[in-house]
Each structure stands twice: as structure tokens, then as C-alpha cells.
Design a protein around this ligand. Sequence first.
Ligand code: IPM
Ligand code: MG
Length: 368
Amino acid sequence: MANPSLLILAGDGIGPEVMAEVKRIIAWMGQKRGVHFDVSEDLVGGAAYDVHGVPLADATMAKAQASDAVLLGAVGGPKYDKLDFSVKPERGLLRLRKEMDLFSNLRPAQCFDALADFSSLKKEVVAGLDIVIVRELTSGVYFGEPRGIFKEGNERVGINTQRYTESEIARVAKSAFELARKRSNKVCSMEKANVMESGILWREVVQEVHDRDYPDVELSHMYADNGAMQLVRWPKQFDVIVTDNLFGDVLSDCAAMLTGSLGMLPSASLGAPMANGRPKALYEPVHGSAPDIAGQGKANPIACILSFAMALRYSFDLGDEATRVEKAVEKVLADGVRTADLMGPDGGTPVTTTQMGDAVLAALDASL
Ligand code: IPM
Ligand code: MG
């Protein structure tokens, strides 16, 4: 049987640096675990714009569609700030999400014991935290029409449209309920039903899906602003949070800081099953391209490494190997290996991106 195919799109800024460490782990999986992938690489974001004049070439889009999974680093950077909106690096990522129809974005926020002191919140608030935000990823205000900057009288008006159909809400709700069943069986749905019609519909549909197919799952609803407050007040009250594209974007950055650093958070963006039964899937760290530290070997590769672990679990049914990678990361952190983003108030000497990769590989070796 052919090896599963993996398309790597390292992108911009720290993307290529953190992805370099993932490539070493992929190689390790082949050498030490007999887990082989057909890996190919291509360009996305500013890197693609520099070569093709667009942030995602059609040929790359086609490759992504044909791959068993896509691993993405990060996109964007100040060099591209002045580009026309339609060719900005971010549009490459949004095109991948939209055309692959990756409607369910899982963003786990887990606080490793060794990092409980690093969060800006009190240790008891975050220690042992293990929640997942399920963010709707292909609709809502990110894609709704009409959109644009228009002339109205003698001034301009900027317009974006929050739009959700019942089926779009139902399918992401379903994925949140399915996930909750494998965890602590609790879903909290967040919207702004107090001010937005799309929020009213969201709440109704989530409740309907629950009552019809998932009555065993504990469901609650919360306004998203209250949700943001509750996330920093007492995040351990949550198990799975399901929310729309924009609220999910904001709430997941907030949840990331609960874990100590944005450099720790992986994500999986999943779509409908393909012919081979695997979901269409793209895996990427939640952090961005961090242009301020790019090229300096300072970036933390853990979020990208853990994104690969999610690929092992969700695309390739290799939950044991995923756990092996996660445990290796946990061990490295417990041993006190820290990149610059994980330096506590008392300082210390940070390791480089490559040294963090070395440490994870050593911990993987030790796991054999
Ligand atoms: C994210 C990012 C993206 C988003 C950007 C880079 C387009 O912030 O994945 O959270 O807004 O979705
Ligand atoms: Mg974001």
C-alpha cells in the first residue's frame, strides 16, 4: 500500500523554522517506528506571493486537495502589509480552509504541569487545564457577503457580513458533541444571541442537534463576552467550547495564554470524510508568523510539533504515536528545557528552536 501523503506548507516568518523540527520528527517516525509518509513541500502566504504573485497557487491548492493531510507553518509578515487585500498572505490560508471545506477547527488548550507557573494567571486557575475550542472555520463574518469598502455619500463604509446557515451550524455542533463524548461529555456553545440574529439561530440549532442526537452530552449556552470572562476567571469549568469563526479566533488566542505561551497550541482543521474515509485535514499551530523573532532561532517549535501529533491521531489513526510525541514534549518541559517564550520571571537560558527539536527527539528515543 502507498504511504499516506503529507503536504508541508511552511509559509512565512517562523513557519519554516518550526517546520524544520517537525520534519526531523517525521523522519524519526520513519526510521524508528516504521511510520512512513510521502512528504512533499510547497509554498503558501508571502513565500508563494514572492514566486507566483498569489498567496496560494492553483497547483498548490490542487495538491492540498489530493493530500491525505496538510501541515502548515504560518503566514504573513510586515513585508506584505501594503499588498492588495486579495493577495495578502492570509488569503492563502483562508482559501485552503474554504476550498477544502475545513469547517471544524479543533484548538486544544492544555496546560502542562511544568508550565503552570508560566501563565499570566494564578497557578491554581490553570494547572491541569484541558479544554478544546471547536471553532467554525469556513463561514461567518470571515466569508459572508456583502463585504468590502464602499462609497456612501461623501464617505467610505466598511462592510462585513455575519452569515450562518442551519446546516453550517449543525455540522460544527455535531463535531463538538462527538468530540465531547470522547472527553468529559460537556459542551458550552458561545454566541451573542442577545444582539445578533445569527446568534439566535446558532443557539437554536445547537440545541436542536443536541436534543435530537446527543441528549447524553451536557450542553450549556453562554454569551461570548461572558465566555471570554469565564475563560480567564475559571477555565476548568469548560470541556468543549463550540463557537463561530470570529469568536473562535478571539477566544482561542485567549485560551492559548492560559497554557503559558501561544507557542504551545496546536490545531486541527477538519472537513468531511474523503473517499478513503479520512477527513480532509489541515494541521497548523495557532500562533502566527512572529516576524519580530523570525530567522533568529528563538521560535518555539512545540505548537507545530503538537500539530503533527494531532495529524497522527486524527488523519492516520496513530493515536499511540501521537501520545508518544505528546509525552515526549511533556518530558522535555518537565526537564526544564525552555525556548525564549517560556522563560519564567526568574529567567534562565533559553534553548534555540533546533535545541528544542533535539530535546524532543532525545525524549522520543528514550520512549522506545
Ligand atoms: C488564526 C489566525 C488566522 C485567522 C489569520 C492568520 C487569517 O489568526 O488561525 O487564528 O484569523 O483565522
Ligand atoms: Mg487567530
